[in-house]
Design a protein around this ligand. Structure first.
Ligand code: SF4
Length: 495
């Protein structure tokens, strides 16, 4: 039984970060390493703030957690200090809680009833509790390989080793299928490996999960592009079902802005991937920020990843541009009433480290030098208007004023346009939707029989928690397709 008054006794306290100077001089995660006993005590207090309210929006898929994480249940177990059962209940709905604990922006917290009013002390620190349960489980050796108890004799190819592919692979392996994950890169993990910087999640966190999957029996093949290195015919012959979890990595470009073809202007992933490879020991990236004035165009998560990476690489200055006006620092109830995702200024730890954010501005022109390298950006103040009839958004310049910013390296983090073109899709006879994604029926099956899709490839670029939820759900559909029935969970349905 939860403590209904815990939130009246304790305020929300966020985890301490390492000192700014220390963390910008290495690539380790920004949060401080606390003594385990001290950490557990602090997190038990935070879990005590959960009142296990009767209608827990935190774990409802419509507003809170798409995985349906059993949040009030494990909050109460943590409050009681029963970490082992808490880990069991956490893993019941989430294959990789340490990934979501570190990377998810926590729609569950936005939907927590304690987010309604600032006087309640703020939402329960669900993400912190989740991450600590996972940390505790790894430290105490409770995260072990779960070998399948049956073998179905059926085989599945999972294409892509990001969070959706890994979740699908783990579920299907545990259900007794023979699963092979194909990854075209030289290392496993997709965006978790080469998109997410170490300061958000260190790669050892990914590697220990991969070791667990291997021990359970999942086979991995790296450096193999399905559709090229393995033909579609070979794939179909060898496997009974295929899961496409190829992500949505086609970066949105800004080709209409004058000067875009200057040297020194890159899509975000052209910068982040080699930066992350450098951290893996692959040698210096050809696109580095040290000694440069860096401008990041785009105010979202990927922009913040570029921002923090540029600071750590020794940029002279870093400026992040957002075409939207600066949101309020607390929830704007008119624009986003609880429990919807709050319209509020999202500040990442990297924004506290250095640099500047500019709001309600857009690039008018990139200006170069005689050698064709970008040196400056001209900015206009803008307003984003929505056409009431079509719903389309339009960026409208306001006033005549032009600001100039020094810029030796410009990183375009303005979103993703869906799945990259790849021979595999042509080989399977699959075309992309207008959003650049692969469509499927209510059972996650694409137009190609026995070929399923999940994660960003189906949904478009989204949160890690959605990728895991879709991977789990697609796994159930595949299990049903192969055996006629399935006990696997399906937390979400195709959109
Ligand atoms: Fe606990 Fe908040 Fe979820 Fe209610 S909404 S069960 S208080 S975490």
């Amino acid at each position: 039984m939860a403590d209904p008054k815990g939130f009246l006794r304790y305020d929300r306290v966020d985890p301490p970060k390492r000192p700014r100077d220390e963390r910008v001089s290495d690539w380790r995660e920004v949060y401080a390493d606390l003594d385990a006993a001290e950490r557990d005590r602090a997190v038990r207090t935070q879990a005590t703030r959960c009142m296990d309210c009767g209608i827990p929006f935190c774990h409802s898929g419509s507003a809170g957690c798409p995985l349906g994480n059993l949040i009030p249940e494990w909050n109460d177990l943590v409050r009681q200090g029963d970490w082992a059962r808490a880990a069991d209940r956490l893993h019941a709905t989430n294959n990789f809680p340490e990934f979501t604990g570190k990377l998810c922006p926590a729609p569950c917290e936005a939907a927590c009833v304690l987010a309604i009013s600032p006087s309640s002390g703020g939402p329960v620190s669900i993400k912190r509790v989740e991450e600590t349960i996972a940390a505790h489980a790894w430290e105490s050796g409770e995260v072990r390989a779960q070998q399948a108890t049956v073998s179905t004799g059926r085989s599945v190819a999972v294409v892509g080793s990001g969070p959706a592919g890994l979740a699908a692979a783990q579920q299907l392996t545990r259900a007794g299928h023979e699963v092979t994950v194909f990854e075209r890169d030289d290392r496993l993990g997709g965006l978790l490996r080469y998109g997410i910087p170490e300061f958000k999640m260190e790669k050892k966190v990914l590697d220990r999960r991969l070791a667990q999957l291997r021990e359970e029996g999942t086979t991995f093949v790296t450096g193999c592009e399905v559709g090229v290195d393995v033909t579609v015919e070979q794939l179909r012959e060898r496997f009974d079902a295929v899961v496409l979890a190829v992500g949505a990595l086609r970066g949105r470009d800004d080709t209409s802005t004058p000067g875009r073809d200057l040297e020194g202007i890159h899509l975000a992933m052209e910068y982040l991937v080699p930066a992350n490879r450098e951290c893996e020991g692959d040698g210096p990236s050809a696109v580095r920020a040290d000694g440069k004035h860096v401008v990041v165009v785009g105010g979202g998560d990927t922009g913040a990843d570029c921002y923090g990476t540029a600071i750590r690489q020794g940029a002279l200055s870093v400026t992040q541009l957002d075409r939207y006006p600066q949101p309020p620092s607390t929830r704007d109830d008119e624009r986003s009433p609880w429990p919807t995702w709050p319209y509020v200024l999202r500040t990442y730890p990297v924004h506290e480290e250095a640099g500047e954010r500019r709001f309600a501005v857009a690039v008018q022109r990139f200006v170069g030098d005689d050698e064709g390298r970008v040196r400056e950006i001209e900015l206009r103040h803008v307003e984003v208007r929505r056409d009431p009839e079509t719903g389309n958004r339009e960026v409208v310049p306001i006033g005549e004023e032009i600001d100039r910013l020094p810029a030796d390296l410009v990183l375009l983090a303005i979103g993703f346009d869906g799945v990259e073109r790849m021979p595999l899709l042509d080989g399977l006879g699959l075309s992309l939707t207008g959003r650049g994604t692969v469509s499927c029926g209510p059972d996650w099956q694409t137009r190609a029989p026995g070929v399923f899709v999940c994660g960003d490839a189906h949904r478009g670029a989204s949160l890690v928690v959605w990728a895991i939820a879709e991977g789990r759900s697609a796994a159930r559909a595949v299990d049903e397709y192969l055996t006629g029935a399935s006990d696997l969970p399906a937390p979400v349905h195709p959109t």
